[in-house]
Design a protein around this ligand. Structure first.
Ligand code: URP
Ligand code: ZN
Ligand code: ZN
Length: 465
């Protein structure tokens, strides 16, 4: 039996097991796992002694080439997937936006054309649904058949993305039947808008007011309401970018009652806090994203939530805008600062470092949070998200000891600042493979635009029973 590649002597880590073995790859798939696999049968040998062999990371929340707030996010599908690969992430689920009055198909076609010739790693889409007054509810069923099996709805951004509760309920009834998943941006947008207008009237215009006008109660209330609507519809629900303990409590209570309720948090909520918004001058704009940064004490609660499975996934909500040219748009008015921050490159290292190297949870739990559960919830498992015979050979040879100081000077994202500037992480990818091909080797990128494939996903119900 000939193999294309054998990764030798690594410590293979899945969500459930850790063991020393060789992993052999043929035709882009994992073909054999064993001790002393015959090296003479392989074209390429990669030595992973002293290293971890991980399933490639899956980031289920990115916004590449996204028009938003009067500009467009700075990474496109080429630069964004390249940066992801440097960080050990080999699959992205991005968001195709349906604008009001449009069919969902138009959103899907538009985002396919943004990604197809550019993506360097595999990708899929959630569809953002902003209007269900036409035939969009039945179109949700059509998209599910095309492999777009999850839908993001907004309870915030009135007049732009926000849906009313009746529309949300109808969309949840639809996923309850078609097996898909609703991903909810949960903040009470109507109340927030009142607070924002009052702040502006009082002359409060600095970036920090973005955070101060979006209280944790507005997030917790919306999370609770989203859960109630999902429960009434008999649908699962996934809360995106959960930022604070008040909202986490709602998830914990719902899960304790046995409801199919899931939530992700992001590295920015685990590492940064309201204090970052006190940066001098206009620098606080670097941290303007939604939900906003919270008081520091929330960080430990979120780490604890990851450990105890009150939170199931870490994504990035990567939505980069350059500080000089784009964040600048809101210099005199925080409401005009494009919302979003860059993070796709450093998720794996930040979570390994803060989670495993710091002793908060096991390497297996780390894999579960950044790869396996994302694959299961979003219909990619077992093709992605694990190391098993027949799975795609999306693999990371990860050095658990290597230290790295994050900086915009060295990162690969197309943005002129890092939210995590100066933070030292322990644990970095050495070699990254996408469907058996080495795409990153140290500081060299060996992938190419267009080699990423669109992933037709199964439904939540098909994978999770
Ligand atoms: O500020 C953020 N999070 N920007 C991206 C859009 C969203 O709501 O996820
Ligand atoms: Zn959102
Ligand atoms: Zn987002």
């Amino acid at each position: 039996m000939g193999f294309d590649t054998i990764i030798k002597n690594g410590s293979v880590v899945t969500a459930t097991d850790t063991y020393t073995a060789d992993v052999a790859i043929a035709n882009g798939k994992i073909n054999a796992i064993g001790i002393d696999l015959p090296a003479q049968n392989a074209t390429n040998i990669l030595d992973a002694s002293g290293k971890l062999v991980l399933p490639g990371g899956i980031d289920v929340h990115t916004h590449l080439d996204m028009p938003f707030g009067g500009t467009t996010s700075a990474d496109d599908f080429e630069t964004g997937t390249r940066a992801a690969a440097f960080g050990g992430t080999t699959t992205l689920i991005d968001f195709a936006i349906q604008y009001k009055g449009q069919p969902l198909r138009q959103a899907f076609d538009t985002w396919m054309s943004k990604a197809a010739s550019k993506a360097t790693c595999d990708y899929a889409f959630h569809c953002i649904v902003t209007d269900v007054s036409g035939g969009q509810l039945s179109e949700m069923n059509d998209l599910v058949h095309e492999g777009v099996t999850s839908f993001k709805l907004f309870m915030a951004y009135p007049g732009v993305f926000m849906l009313d509760d009746g529309s949300i309920f109808k969309a949840l009834q639809t996923t309850s039947k078609n097996g898909g998943m609703v991903c909810m941006h949960a903040e009470n947008g109507s109340a927030i808008d009142v607070i924002v207008q009052q702040a502006l009237a009082e002359g409060k215009r600095a970036p920090k007011y973005h955070a101060l006008t979006r209280p944790t109660t507005a997030e917790a209330e919306a999370v609770g309401r989203a859960i109630a609507l999902a429960e009434m519809a008999g649908a699962p629900i996934y809360i995106v970018h959960l930022s604070c303990n008040d909202a986490l409590e709602k998830i914990r209570e719902a899960r304790d009652r046995g409801l199919p309720v899931y939530a992700e948090t992001c590295p920015q909520y685990l590492y940064l806090s309201l204090e970052n918004m006190d940066a001098p001058g206009f620098e606080g704009a670097k941290y303007v994203f939604t939900p906003p940064l919270r008081e520091k004490w929330n960080q430990d609660k979120l780490w604890n939530g990851l450990k105890h499975d009150h939170l199931q996934v870490v994504s990035t909500d990567h939505c980069p805008f350059c500080f000089k040219e784009q964040k600048e748009m809101g210099r005199d008015d925080f409401t005009k600062i494009p919302n979003g921050g860059p993070g796709v490159e450093h998720r794996m290292s930040l979570i390994y470092s803060g989670g495993v190297a710091s002793g908060r949870f096991s390497a297996n739990r780390f894999v579960e949070l950044v790869s396996t559960t994302p694959a299961k919830l979003f219909g990619l498992f077992p093709r992605k998200g694990t190391i098993a015979i027949g799975s795609d050979a999306d693999l990371v040879i990860f050095d658990p000891k290597r230290k790295h100081t994050i900086s915009a000077k060295t990162h690969h994202m197309r943005v002129d600042y890092s939210m995590f500037e100066g933070i030292e992480v322990t644990g970095m990818p050495d070699v990254v493979l996408s469907r058996g091909r080495v795409v990153v080797d140290g500081d060299k990128f060996l992938g190419r635009a267009g080699q990423g494939e669109f992933l037709r996903r199964a439904t939540y119900a098909q994978v999770n029973g």
